[in-house]
Design a binder for this molecule. Structure first.
Ligand code: HEM
Length: 184
């Protein structure tokens, strides 16, 4: 066997080598696909109390903001739209009082009407409270869910904010002072 024929380098080999090296060079230097732009942040809502009817439009469709009530407080959960957006796992809670659903761990336990939370067991109420402990540190507090418009408080121009351990009552008694001062 003539080994020298193994090392013959024809013009076809040269073309093949150029093509392979070309692909290799392209693969090494190719730029990464641009990352999708992050979801746009919506401006926080001005704090306000709402009735059940008013809350309903904040379902992520009629209004881009997604709000729900929990233990009488309204949270802006828009940043959790992967959970609460249209068609998502807990999308039924959007624009509703979520207390009963979260207390009973049944995402369909929501009502279009005012819910006085009657019939919730102590354990279920405790479960709802545990959710609230998380949410007041995670989501913006918008105001209170009220039965009648006449119960609405005045928050001045204060914007919805993550209130953490601060009680909503102390903010109401403050008359939205902090927000008004910031805006001046
Ligand atoms: C098969 C049953 C369920 C499974 C496997 C499940 C699983 C999960 C997982 C993996 C998360 C994300 C946790 C994280 O990323 O921090 C989550 C969050 C959550 N789940 Fe479920 N879940 C179930 C049922 C339910 C039910 C029945 C409810 C009642 C409405 C519920 C309400 C929630 C809520 C409110 C959150 C937190 C969303 C947030 O942080 O805003 N889940 N669940």
């Amino acid at each position: 066997m003539d080994l020298s024929s193994w090392f013959e380098f024809t013009v076809y080999d040269a073309v093949f080598l150029v093509v392979v090296l070309g692909f290799f060079f392209y693969w090494l230097t190719r730029s990464e696909q641009p990352l999708p732009s992050p979801p746009k942040e919506l401006a926080p809502l001005t704090m306000t109390d709402m009735t059940v009817e008013e809350l309903r439009k904040y379902d992520g469709v009629k209004n881009e903001h997604i709000l729900f009530g929990l233990n009488g407080t309204i949270y802006d959960v828009t940043r959790g739209k992967g959970f609460y957006g249209p068609g998502k796992a807990y999308g039924t809670l959007a624009g509703h009082d979520a207390t009963r659903a979260l207390g009973t761990m049944d995402q369909n336990a929501v009502s279009a009407e005012w819910d006085d939370h009657a019939g919730l067991t102590a354990d279920e109420q405790e479960t709802a409270n545990e959710w609230e402990t998380q949410f007041k540190f995670k989501y913006l507090t918008v105001g209170r869910l009220v039965k009648n418009s006449s119960e609405k408080a005045d928050y001045g121009n204060r914007k919805a904010f993550v209130r953490g351990a601060e009680s909503l009552d102390s903010i109401i008694n403050d008359g939205g002072e902090e927000g008004s001062k910031k805006d001046n």
